[in-house]
Design a binder for this molecule. Structure first.
Ligand SMILES: Nc1ncnc2c1ncn2[C@@H]1O[C@H](COP(=O)(O)OP(=O)(O)OP(=O)(O)O)[C@@H](O)[C@H]1O
Ligand SMILES: [Mg+2]
Length: 500
């Protein structure tokens, strides 16, 4: 069943239940109230009847009887109000009755009356005089149900009379019916209003859900540019907000996937191109050697060329493998404390030749010993990458490598006076396969655009930080921080997907 109809049905069921409960309790309380009112009126009538008709012997100042004249006029008056009464003597015999009204008073009733209690009866079928006539009398005659009170009267604690006063239940029922009709009209009207209001609310609710449904379908079709309008703070709007957030993050990840895919494609093309150049060189030299076409004095140089090219190929393949290992969380860090200064000196020795080839000067600015807590091989890999980048993008310049101890770890800086980068490039250098200038391919020390992405992820795996500051034409400074044992993440470190 559609949500809208289900809503309406639920609403209808609630309203109906409410109406039935209200009608039942209203009828019950109205009936009780009407009876109470009637009994109170009958009591007042009986009291004034006794007051009007009672006669006293003044000399003895004691009860003597009831004045017949007064009883008759009261009987006529009360009969017009559909009230009938009967007076009984304490000896239980009837003294006077209007319209021969004669309620049943049993032994128990007499006991209660003598104890001073007024008896209230909801429905009684009093005995009547069959010969009585007249309209009111004929109703009594027809034995119609009556409600009555039977009330004792005392003089000096002596029971002098019992007065029974009754009226037709039909009078009460008439009032009850009238009140019920009024009640039904007003609740019916309220029910209609509520139903209309419920209809509007349900329509509004389903309208909002339909909007969300449409948006979900758009997303399913791959269109992430959807926005569900949200105005209030209720659960549906909360859901709408979550939905918008989900659409935004889906869009972002879709864009990221596309970006990654484009870079991967470009990388594959670049890598294939990169590999073909050294492979062609190696193949040419091998053919030359095979056909003895290379003069003896050039052979050593040719072998050197082959060595360089195979080294480039190995580096390219290693970088690709590393990137994949990091992506699949396969890197296991074997951390220990060691002297970083000594290792930086080693690196300078290794890279001095490359720096000299670019007319760069490599200098180390570090205390005698700087202890770092890291995986030795990965630390070397990180520093090697950053220093080769500095050499790669600096000509006739100075590259300063500094190391220092901070409160919770060791900090390293590699500053160059090379070409630098603008803000836009700075934001992207950590992305995989990013190269600020694609025409810089085929350079001697870097070509895939993978190096910094691997470096950043390795530093993050250590729980460290890497940062860069750069100005175009002025140079760049990379700052790397490795935390000490107590501040580094323990166990097998893992990268979140956003870091990969
Ligand atoms: N010291 C630097 N000065 C200027 N630009 C730099 C520097 N270091 C990195 N870059 C820029 O960041 C880009 C990404 O560097 P990254 O090391 O990731 O790749 P790469 O050096 O081009 O290739 P490889 O994967 O072989 O290292 C470089 O192509 C370069 O444009
Ligand atoms: Mg590099």
């Amino acid at each position: 069943m559609k949500f809208f109809y289900r809503q309406m049905l639920a609403f209808f069921a609630v309203m109906l239940t409410l109406l039935v409960i209200l009608a039942v309790s209203f009828t019950h309380s109205t009936t009780n109230m009407l009876y109470r009112q009637t009994w109170s009126q009958l009591t007042t009538d009986a009291d004034s009847l006794v007051e009007d008709s009672i006669q006293y012997d003044i000399s003895k100042s004691s009860f003597e009887g009831f004045a017949a004249q007064s009883l008759m006029s009261n009987a006529n008056l009360l009969a017009k109000q559909h009230v009938h009464f009967a007076i009984y003597k304490p000896q239980k015999n009837k003294y006077y009755a209007s319209s021969e009204f004669s309620p049943h008073i049993g032994k128990d009733d007499w006991r209660q009356l003598k104890a001073g209690k007024t008896i209230h009866r909801k429905i009684d079928y009093p005995k009547v005089n069959r010969q009585a006539n007249g309209d009111i009398q004929s109703r009594v005659h027809r034995n119609l149900p009556m409600t009555e009170i039977i009330r004792p009267y005392f003089d000096n604690h002596r029971l002098i009379a019992v007065v029974a006063a009754g009226t037709f239940v039909s009078t009460i029922n008439d009032s009850k019916r009238q009140m019920l009709i009024n009640f039904m009209w007003s609740t019916g009207l309220a029910f209609l209003c509520a139903f209309f209001l419920g209809y509007l609310l349900s329509r509004q609710l389903t309208g909002r859900l339909t909007k969300m449904q449409k948006a979900a379908r758009s997303i399913a079709r791959g269109d992430y540019d959807v926005h569900v309008p949200v105005k209030t703070n209720d659960e549906i709007d909360d859901l709408g907000r979550d939905f918008n957030q989900m659409a935004a993050s889906l869009k972002a990840s879709q864009e990221e996937i596309q970006k990654q895919e484009e870079r991967r494609e470009r990388f594959m093309a670049d890598a294939a191109h990169e590999m073909r150049t050294p492979l062609t060189t190696i193949n040419g030299i091998l053919e030359g050697l095979a056909y003895d076409a290379i003069p003896e004095e050039d052979k050593a140089h040719s072998i050197k060329l082959m060595q360089n090219d195979t080294a480039r190929l190995i580096r390219l393949v290693n970088n690709t493998l590393d990137a994949e290992k990091i992506r699949t969380n396969q890197i296991v860090l074997n951390r220990k404390e060691f002297d970083a200064t000594a290792e930086l000196k080693n690196l300078r020795e290794q890279l001095n030749k490359k720096a000299a080839a670019k007319d760069d000067k490599l200098q180390i600015d570090s205390p005698q010993m700087v202890v770092v807590y890291a995986d030795y091989d990965r630390f070397v890999q990180v520093m090697f990458n950053i220093i080769t980048n500095a050499i790669q993008f600096t000509e006739h310049g100075l590259i300063t490598i500094s190391a220092s101890r901070l409160a919770h770890g060791a900090e390293f800086k590699v500053a160059d006076t090379g070409i630098g980068m603008n803000q836009d490039q700075l934001h992207q250098i950590w992305d995989r396969f990013y190269k600020a200038d694609r025409s810089r391919m085929n350079t001697q020390y870097g070509e895939s655009g993978i190096g910094l992405s691997i470096v950043r992820q390795l530093v993050k795996l250590h729980g460290g930080k890497i940062d860069v500051q750069s100005r175009p034409g002025k140079g760049s400074t990379f700052t790397i921080f490795f935390p000490d044992r107590d501040y580094a993440p323990q166990g097998s470190a893992e990268l979140s997907t956003s870091d990969q």
